[in-house]
Ligand binder design. Sequence first.
Ligand code: ADP
Ligand code: MG
Length: 290
Amino acid sequence: SAPLSIVRGAGEAAEHGILMRTGEAFQGYRLVDTVVLDKTGTLTEGRPAVREVEAFSGSEADLVALAAAAEASSEHPLAQAVVKAAFTRGAVPPDVISFEAIPGKGVVAQTVAGEVLVGSPAFLAGRGVDLSSAAARTQDLEGAGRTVIMVGRDRRLLGLLALDDSLRSDAAQAVAALRAEGLRTVLLTGDNERAARRIAAEAGIDEVHAGVLPDGKAETVRRLQATSKVAMVGDGINDAPALMQADVGIAMGGGTDIAIEAADIIILSNRLAALPLARRISRRSYAKML
Ligand code: ADP
Ligand code: MG
């Protein structure tokens, strides 16, 4: 059975909305020297909003309607923003015949209006869609910190949507507290480099790994583990492999079930302040055992 100080530590953590799943979670987190944070839904609220809609052919309403049809069954925060944008514009999405979500990339749907692709520029480019007409505009929007997603139909680019998402109100304070304890902080995201740098600067994180696919997230954690003990904090399906790979996986309570199942520690409160707090509780619980 667990030592009494660990049982007490688990109780104290629970009072702060932190679920320590195992005794090993305390031991592991106490020893961590690097904290890797996902961007969307972890450092940010995870409630992005569509800020710009640009249709290169057809109307904006049609563009948003097609994008919403493809995104309707996705649980990605970007998808929810797209569906909301269609709803507020009164756009009527075409019927969907089949749908597939590709974590870290986007979605592809067969609709009565054709095959619709919605996702990162790299995703559409990889599926043979020519993005050259959108290149300059994409650079500008990403430079302003936006996440740009492309919409294509039957391999033709129809337009783009630019979204943004706000930093969690306690992100900078939580990062500062981790750094004050001597921890290295790293931002790890599938989003574009420019948007990632912007969020990292706001949060006070200086190391950024952007444009990383889900398998790449686990691989990045593995590389960091060559020299460090790593905690990974995430919320999405795309974070699950990295949460499993890390010495300690930490999931936001508002995250997807798959991320929560992959984690050793769950932040039920959804507050990033829990990150330094859980570490202090872990250290104290161990100190009392000795
Ligand atoms: P993060 O690492 O910030 O949580 P993801 O790995 O989930 O981001 O997504 C990385 C990128 O893939 C997004 O910025 C977006 O361009 C694209 N993407 C992923 N899922 C979707 C989706 N459902 N709709 C549109 N784009 C998506
Ligand atoms: Mg995320």
